[in-house]
Design a protein around this ligand. Structure first.
Ligand SMILES: Nc1nc2c(ncn2[C@@H]2O[C@H](COP(=O)(O)OP(=O)(O)OP(=O)(O)O)[C@@H](O)[C@H]2O)c(=O)[nH]1
Length: 306
């Protein structure tokens, strides 16, 4: 299956919900009146793209509609994909672009961190990079085993310590080992934690600071968000960013939800680039993010609908 088709399939549920709501709006006719603009903003908010992004997109489209004397709603909706794509924060290519890097993965429990680290390890080794994994999730025994299994599959080395060890110590070991073996990509999994738990967030700050201080490779901190958590993803991103100063986000489980718009809400409101998206559990289901592909797959084709 082609790259775009896979993303399109992954976003099918989000697109179906969006199409349904957009059709309700279009059923009242294609006039560009106040009701249309209000309805468009509401439809975008219901699609989980967040109040700020929805309002910016509608304001801009409204301005363009006036300037270009657009005839009807379909002409406006033809421009929606591009406008939506522009609303994503750009950048972040340095994280997984092939340059040496040490990447820490953070997020709430079950967001998909370990799986994402595993998929990236395989992708990077296949591309000929020297990868080292660090399992700083010393809280959940199964997480260590899970990452060890991914390390076996990707045939990469992994640094672990027994359950209950200090996660910062695992990071020390990992960085030391990375230097010994000249690894050019270090991927560190951390234990899931709620963004509302002050103690656990402080512990994570300590882990991240140790890595930032010790690593000779550039260090990036990436938040993994489970798209099925919808608007809660915004609260997660806000708190993790406040504590750790994030470099980007990875949005997983887009295949299992109609709430895929959260990727745009987080990227736009917190000015964080989306680095990868997860559209399934399989090895090949972690995809490079392209804002135009995402918007096209999310919005679909209005001509067919009209
Ligand atoms: N459908 C789908 N499932 C995914 C995706 N990414 C991860 N998962 C699944 O989500 C579940 C949780 O993933 P983990 O990688 O264990 O999550 P985690 O963030 O490491 O969890 P903790 O260590 O408890 O914080 C697993 O069953 C994964 O297979 C995705 O893109 N799509």
């Amino acid at each position: 299956m082609g790259f775009f088709s896979r993303i399109s399939e992954g976003l099918a549920r989000s697109r179906e919900k969006f199409t349904e709501q957009m059709n309700v709006l279009l059923d009242r006719g294609p006039d560009l009146d106040e009701e249309f603009w209000e309805g468009l903003e509401e439809t975008l908010i219901l699609a989980d793209i967040g109040g700020a992004a929805a309002s910016d997109i509608v304001e801009d489209l409204r301005d363009k509609a006036t300037r270009k004397a657009l005839p009807d709603a379909y002409a406006v909706l033809d421009m929606l994909n591009d406008r939506m794509a522009e609303a994503f924060c750009a950048g972040g290519e340095e994280v997984f672009g092939g340059e040496p890097a040490c990447v820490l993965f953070v997020g709430i429990n079950g967001a998909g961190k370990t799986t994402t680290v595993g998929k990236l390890a395989k992708e990077a080794t296949d591309a000929g990079r020297t990868v080292l994994l660090g399992s700083a999730d010393t809280f959940r025994a199964a997480a260590i085993e899970q990452l060890e299994e991914w390390a076996r599959r990707a045939d990469v080395e992994i640094c672990t310590r027994e359950r209950g060890s200090d996660p910062a110590s695992v990071c020390y070991d990992t960085i030391e080992r990375a230097e010994q073996k000249n690894a050019d990509l270090v991927l560190i999994d951390t234990a899931g934690r709620l963004h509302t738990s002050a103690d656990l967030m402080r512990e994570l700050e300590k882990v991240v600071n140790v890595v930032r201080k010790r690593s000779k490779l550039p260090v990036y901190t990436v938040l993994v968000i489970d798209a099925t958590t919808g608007q809660n993803g915004l609260a997660q991103a806000r708190e993790f960013d406040r504590a750790l100063k994030l470099d980007g986000v990875i949005v997983t489980k887009l295949d299992g939800t109609a709430k895929g718009g959260i990727a745009l809400a987080v990227s736009h409101e917190l000015e964080l680039p989306v680095l990868k998206i997860g559209v399934g559990e399989g090895l090949g289901d972690l995809k490079d993010f392209d804002a135009h592909d995402f918007a096209r797959a999310f919005v679909g084709d209005f001509d067919e609908r009209s």
